[in-house]
Ligand binder design. Structure first.
Ligand SMILES: Cc1ncc(C[n+]2csc(CCOP(=O)(O)OP(=O)(O)O)c2C)c(N)n1
Ligand SMILES: [Mg+2]
Length: 798
């Protein structure tokens, strides 16, 4: 055991050196390193070097998953490098083009990052939801698989992020297990030293939510010193020492510790002797021997926690910048080692000049033992930790019992209800989730059929008491719905975890999350995070825009269509009709399963990267509108997926085209009908996805610029026959910029209608009139942008 610890300590030194050198190289040595001079990494990484050494080379099992604190990225890459999972080339290019990423990234790094981190708080909470997903897939399909631990390494200031506490509450509701959060309690954030006794708040919060709390405050050296005569006084002094002072002394070193301790404890003879027995260096080592830097304490704590599956919060005392000259300094987040400092460190580490990148430089004759230890570390025994899952067959069309007048939201409920009652294999793999808006987003009938998931059975009391209710929600292990509390952050983190199940656990899921469209913005950073990790899910957001009319201005979504367009990895659609929705939902089930391989390859018809797949956002409405009675042809299906089709094709001399998206379809249709006699060859363009039309157009232009002269996107094909003098009016219940770019495709004069200001309460008709997106508004705009014969309708209207 002693030998093992000594070897781990040697590895820890390698990790500390390589991570520090990596940042130094990026800042000072790499050609064109200017502009990369960003601190944070050296001090933050050093803070976690011991803990991560203990985890990766000892405590973690092969299937365990880790979210590494963003600024500990160099430590992670260094550990992977030592274990043969990271290349020297990437380390040398840390933070640079094509190099190891500044913050660990599932998608951009090549050294097997489990969860991306960067936006603090999200990676931590992600481990919690991943653990719930593990329970879900284990109960259903993988009964005998060992349970993996989901581990987060969190900064202490990271716990300022509210999403962590939202997740804690949710985890408690779902009986969270197998989750470890290790708080790097260095008592420093970016700007400052954190408040005293924060650990007490953490401890009581975590205990309240049913977590075990393990406080790792003193290392073995300190424990031993406390057992010496006078040691109790020393312990009391440490416990009462303010964070600022402790940090300052840690920065100043042995002589400063001695002066201060003797100053304050000199009257206690035994303590003076305890201090006097140690040199300055020994004293500094003793006083910074906190739990988070003490391998034996860490190994014991992790081993003890592995004996059960309860969630554990470790509060590990550390010193930011431990082992480096900037240790403890309150400004060290932005600090980087100078050339002189790195030279001193190099010598101290036994690293010869010119051999800084050698993995085991300075290890001497224990090198083979270090290699053997790494080879035997359970975490590195499996190289293929990214799983794959077979692609599920989706039927060619989804069944729909349409009604003549209905909303897309209703249609969504009916479609899922049909899937819920079908025997189709893919239905087993659908898992839905919603932040307390399951019923109001029309998921109720699906949940009635498929039930709510819970590892333990909980009966629906109303049902058992035979009290009539529309919803029967027994909670069982066979259930296929995760009912969440209201926090939208949790929805997106749950979708992110569900949508990585194929890769994390080897089980394919088809996750669908429903949310109120305006509250996408509440969880936007988590949505961004989910997309960045290439998680796969279908987001159904409803109701959209001012169709939520009587709910008032605060609840009406204006910006979401633009979010949908701008969010990478998310294909956004806004169908107007339910038959379109049926096509799109079907497409979504397939699209979210595409492998991500062949990235960059573009579909020749759309110039979209459709082979890669991604997640999907469907923006729906609760507005009931008349449904078209039409046959769904292959051609129409294809166009709906590509993003648009002519509902009324323009004639050869078209003077005017109305292009609409979503719930304003009836206004556009009516306006076109009323203008048809006064504007020749008028066309009506149904845009089901401004996002995809726009993305294809951009890509096709880029392709032409790089020599592919015949590249043509779907929107270019749609608009290609329009004469130059034709004008466009676009209309959407959302921000007008969503469709305004259509005029730039061929340079057609364009007027874009939409909503730019917070709404009022009122009926949909009131609000559409108010914003000028009703038929009158469309006609008035058309009359100006496409002047000509006075519009009969406007004359009649007076
Ligand atoms: C959401 C978000 N806001 C702000 C930042 C910028 N930021 C990066 S690290 C950091 C401080 C982190 O302190 P702590 O979590 O204690 O980590 P330490 O560096 O002390 O280990 C901040 C504010 C961020 N990365 N993410
Ligand atoms: Mg900190």
């Amino acid at each position: 055991m002693l030998d093992h610890i000594m070897l781990l300590q040697a590895l820890e030194r390698r990790v500390l050196w390589l991570s520090t050198w990596m940042v130094h190289h990026a800042n000072h040595l790499r050609p064109n390193a200017d502009g990369l001079k960003v601190g944070g990494h050296q001090a933050s990484s050093a803070s976690l070097a011991t803990i991560m050494t203990a985890l990766y080379f000892d405590a973690l099992e092969a299937e365990d998953r880790v979210a590494v604190k963003p600024h500990a990225s160099p430590v992670f890459h260094a550990i992977q490098y030592l274990a043969g999972g990271q290349t020297l080339e990437k380390l040398k290019a840390f933070r640079g083009y094509g190099g190891a990423q500044s913050y660990p990234s599932r998608t951009k790094d090549s050294d097997d990052v489990d969860f991306s981190t960067g936006s603090v708080g999200l990676g931590v909470a992600q481990t919690l939801f991943a653990s719930l997903v593990q329970d879900y897939v284990n109960v259903k399909w993988r009964g005998d698989n060992p349970e993996a631990r989901m581990v987060a390494l969190a900064g202490d200031a990271e716990l300022d992020e509210g999403n962590i506490f939202e997740a804690l509450l949710e985890g408690w509701k779902h009986g969270l297990r197998n989750t470890w959060w290790i708080i790097d309690y260095n008592r420093q954030s970016l700007d400052a030293v954190v408040r005293e006794n924060l650990w007490e708040r953490f401890e009581s919060i975590f205990k309240n939510f049913g977590w075990d709390v393990v406080i790792l405050k003193y290392g073995r050296l300190l424990e031993a010193a406390f057992a010496e005569p006078g040691g109790d006084h020393l312990k009391r002094w440490i416990d009462n020492c303010p964070n600022q002072l402790y940090s300052a002394l840690a920065f100043q070193g042995g002589a400063a510790w001695r002066e201060r301790l003797l100053d304050e404890l000199a009257d206690q003879g035994e303590v003076s002797a305890l201090i006097g027995r140690r040199s300055d260096d020994e004293l500094a080592r003793l006083m910074t021997n906190l739990g988070g830097h003490d391998l034996p304490s860490l190994l014991d704590a992790f081993a003890a926690a592995k004996a059960h599956d309860r969630p554990v919060c470790f509060i590990a005392y550390t010193i930011k910048g431990f082992g480096l000259p900037l240790a403890g300094h309150k400004d060290n987040h932005a600090g980087i080692l100078t050339d002189a400092q790195i030279e001193t460190l190099r010598t101290a580490m036994g690293v010869r000049a010119g051999r800084e990148w050698e993995p085991f430089e300075g290890a001497g004759d224990i090198e083979p033992k270090l290699k053997a230890l790494i080879d035997a570390a359970p975490f590195f025994t499996r190289r293929d930790r990214r799983h794959r899952a077979a692609v599920l067959d989706i039927p060619p069309a989804l069944e729909l019992r349409s009604q003549p007048v209905m909303s897309t939201q209703q249609g969504f409920g009916l479609l899922l209800n049909e899937i819920g009652r079908s025997e189709a294999g893919f239905a087993e793999r659908i898992v839905t989730t919603s932040p307390d808006v399951t019923v109001s987003t029309n998921l109720g009938p699906w949940v009635n059929r498929r039930g709510v998931f819970s590892r333990e059975e909980i009966a629906d009391e109303f049902r058992h008491q035979r009290i009539p209710s529309t919803f029967a929600w027994d909670q069982t292990p066979t259930g296929q719905h995760f009912e969440l509390g209201i926090a939208e952050m949790n929805l997106f983190l749950m979708l992110s975890a569900l949508g990585l199940s194929h890769s994390l656990f080897g089980e394919r899921l088809l996750p669908i999350g429903t949310v109120y469209d305006p509250f996408i913005e509440r969880g936007l950073d988590a949505l961004n995070y989910a997309c960045y990790q290439d998680s796969r899910f279908i987001l159904v957001a409803t109701p959209s825009g001012v169709t939520l009319a009587p709910e008032g201005g605060a609840h009406q979504s204006i910006a979401t269509p633009l979010i949908g367009m701008a969010k990478d990895g998310l294909a956004s659609f806004e169908p107007a009709f339910v038959d379109e929705l049926a096509v799109l939902l079907r497409f979504s089930f397939e699209y979210i399963q595409r492998s991500g391989e062949g990235e960059g390859e573009r579909d020749a018809a759309t110039w979209l990267r459709d082979a890669s797949g991604g997640s999907v956002y469907l923006r729906l409405s609760s507005r009931s509108i008349e449904q078209p009675q039409r046959m769904m042809t292959d051609a129409l299906r294809d166009d709906i997926v590509k993003g648009g089709y002519w509902l009324r094709p323009p004639g050869p001399n078209a003077e005017l085209v109305i292009a609409y998206t979503g719930a304003v379809a009836p206004e556009a249709i009516r306006a076109v009908g009323l203008m048809a006699e006064d504007r020749r060859d008028i066309g009506l363009l149904a845009v089901t996805s401004a996002d995809r039309l726009n993305a294809g157009w951009t890509a096709a232009q880029r392709a032409r610029e790089s020599g592919k002269a015949d590249a043509l996107s779907h929107v270019e094909r749609l608009l290609s026959g329009l004469p130059p003098h034709c004008a466009l009016v676009t209309v959407i219940d959302g921000h007008p910029a969503t469709l305004a770019w259509l005029g730039a495709v061929y340079g057609h004069r364009t007027r874009s209608l939409g909503v730019e200001h917070f709404g009022q309460t009122g009926t949909i008709a009131d609000l559409y009139r108010h914003y000028g997106i009703d038929s009158d508004g469309i006609i008035t705009a058309a009359n100006t942008v496409a002047p000509g014969r006075p519009m009969r309708y406007l004359r009649m209207a007076g």
